[in-house]
Design a binder for this molecule. Structure first.
Ligand code: G1P
Length: 298
């Protein structure tokens, strides 16, 4: 994938990929959930390509036990490449090569215990250092003309501070997301005066929910250093961001695009349909298949 001409103010992105993926067992018994393919590409590759398209230079994967397939995926597959050369499969070869970065541009660290998303991000603190950085959750797959993180980096030029991707969810679903307590909203960018992780619908301050894309200031690490558990007994990124409000501006961007929750089966299946319909080589077949099941393809 080619790099954007403009250099990005955000150089590093953290990918928490230590989660167990129990919702997809048995598929995830020996396969990291981030390696589940949507059409023909693993979820983590979509997230990495989104980061590269936004000008990110260094990817930091926070992995865990049983996740080495992710490292192999981004490594030099020279035996396979030689075979593809010998067979004249140049297009496939280019696809594979586009994944390769220079040594040091993809780094790995381990989350040794599953203590929550905030803890996973905290595990990357020394690799990030004291600069603004991005976080991408591969479970949230976004189909967009302009990649979501690139839209955020553009908006970040206006907002500074901490910026997250947001979308409105049905009120009965607020207990699945971090929710903004909105102070000001122009319909595209909302400022927040508070955040709540997974509130019950009747307690949610709004229905504007955090999607797994963040641009964060290093002050978040100072809050995560406290290692305080929040909702569900986990160290929550939402709580750490909430505690910086007042010192660090906090905004949510309603991005353009469709987001699929690939952390659950229905969302994952829908993503496969939507991404196939968006592909020139598959759209026709997919539409025909959906038609057979009485589905709509618009
Ligand atoms: C995490 C965050 C939550 C956010 C969500 C987006 O939750 O804690 O604030 O809204 O990602 O997908 P998880 O889905 O890991 O439970």
């Amino acid at each position: 994938m080619s790099r954007p001409a403009m250099s990005s103010p955000i150089r590093k992105a953290v990918f928490p990929v230590g989660g167990l993926g129990t919702r997809f067992l048995p598929a995830t018994k020996a396969l990291p959930k981030e390696m589940l393919p949507v059409v023909d590409k693993p979820l983590i590759q979509y997230a990495a390509e989104e980061a590269w398209a936004a000008g990110i230079e260094e990817l930091i994967f926070v992995t865990g036990r049983g996740k080495s397939a992710i490292e192999d995926h981004f490594d030099n597959g020279w035996e396979l490449q030689e075979t593809l050369v010998a067979r004249g499969k140049s297009e496939l070869l280019e696809d594979l090569k586009s994944l390769l970065r220079k040594p040091g541009e993809i780094v790995y660290t381990r989350q040794q215990e599953p203590l929550g998303l905030g803890h996973a991000v905290w595990c990357a603190r020394h690799l990030v250092g004291r600069e603004a950085f991005a976080v991408l959750l591969a479970d949230d797959l976004i189909l967009a003309e302009r990649p979501c993180l690139a839209q955020m980096i553009e908006a970040y030029a206006e907002t500074g501070g901490n910026l997250v991707a947001v979308e409105d969810v049905p009120r009965e679903d607020t207990n699945r997301y971090g929710i903004l307590d909105v102070s000001n909203d122009d319909g595209r960018i909302a400022a927040a005066k508070g955040l709540v992780e997974k509130p019950a619908p009747e307690e949610a301050p709004s229905t504007l929910s955090i999607i797994g894309r963040y641009i964060l200031q290093p002050e978040v690490f100072d809050e995560l250093d406290r290692q305080e558990a929040g909702a569900g007994g986990e160290i929550q990124l939402t709580d750490a961001m909430a505690r910086t409000i007042g010192r660090v501006p906090f905004h949510g961007l309603r991005f353009e695009g469709r987001r699929f929750d690939c952390g659950n089966k229905a969302g994952f299946l829908e993503a496969n349909v939507a991404f196939a319909l968006a592909r020139d080589d598959l759209a026709e077949d997919m539409a025909e298949i959906l038609g057979r099941y009485g589905g709509r393809t618009d």
